[in-house]
Design a protein around this ligand. Structure first.
Ligand code: PCA
Length: 215
């Protein structure tokens, strides 16, 4: 029996909910087709505590696959992140009031880590399921990128594959504050993450298909 660890974040900034957590928590305990069980846990949205919390989950659950998720405010689709960078540069304060500017995630660590998930195959599987998705070339420089980098750093060379997915706001979040901005229904997010996990689990070698941008 394999364990897939999914994480979502607590709410941050002005939001009262975080769709990443709302979606992954509905997948906690779900048994997927070929002997995989999902464990979903919440991470704090704080530079000081998120990495330690993630490392503890890695030790506790010894997962075979890890996908961290977070809200990408303004994103219009399920964004499979390709790269984590060794840089914190917070435009807003985190939930402990911290706002690091131009600090490394891991002092002396490599400039970046690539996702070890089959990002193209995951996008393809999502699109085939009728769910909007794309490869994203940046996970930003806030707590999500910090967690993504910490995750890749912790698992580098371990053979355990891992990566990060950003999800859009929920419709009710944009209807209140900013009508017209993109959003995705919770049921679509949950199904999308399930499809993405299955694709990641089943695909050992990524497909070659364009997923880049001109600039
Ligand atoms: N999104 C933020 C941090 C927590 C979350 O869900 C980010 O993109 O960094």
């Amino acid at each position: 029996m394999g364990t897939v660890l999914l994480t979502g974040f607590e709410p941050f900034d002005q939001d009262l909910v975080n769709p990443s957590w709302e979606a992954v928590r509905l997948l906690d305990g779900v048994q997927l087709d070929d002997g995989i069980r999902i464990v979903a846990r919440q991470l704090p949205c704080a530079f000081a505590t998120a990495g330690a919390c993630l490392n503890q989950l890695l030790v506790e659950h010894a997962p075979q696959l890890v996908i961290a998720t977070g809200l990408g405010p303004g994103r219009s689709d399920i964004s499979i992140e390709r790269v984590a960078i060794n840089l914190n540069d917070a435009r807003i304060a985190d939930n402990l009031g911290e706002r690091p500017i131009d600090t490394p995630v891991v002092p002396g660590g490599p400039a970046a880590y690539f996702s070890t998930l089959p990002v193209k195959a995951m996008v393809k599987a999502l699109r085939e399921a009728g769910i909007a998705a794309s490869v994203s070339q940046t996970a930003g420089t806030f707590v999500c990128n910090q967690v993504f980098y910490s995750l890749q750093h912790a698992l580098a060379g371990s053979g355990v594959r891992s990566g990060f997915i950003h999800v859009p706001w929920l419709p009710e979040q944009v209807e209140q504050g900013a009508p017209g901005l993109p959003s995705m229904a919770l049921a679509t997010l949950v199904e999308g993450l399930r499809v993405a996990v299955m694709a990641a689990w089943c695909t050992q070698v990524d497909i070659v298909e364009t997923g880049g941008q001109v600039s």
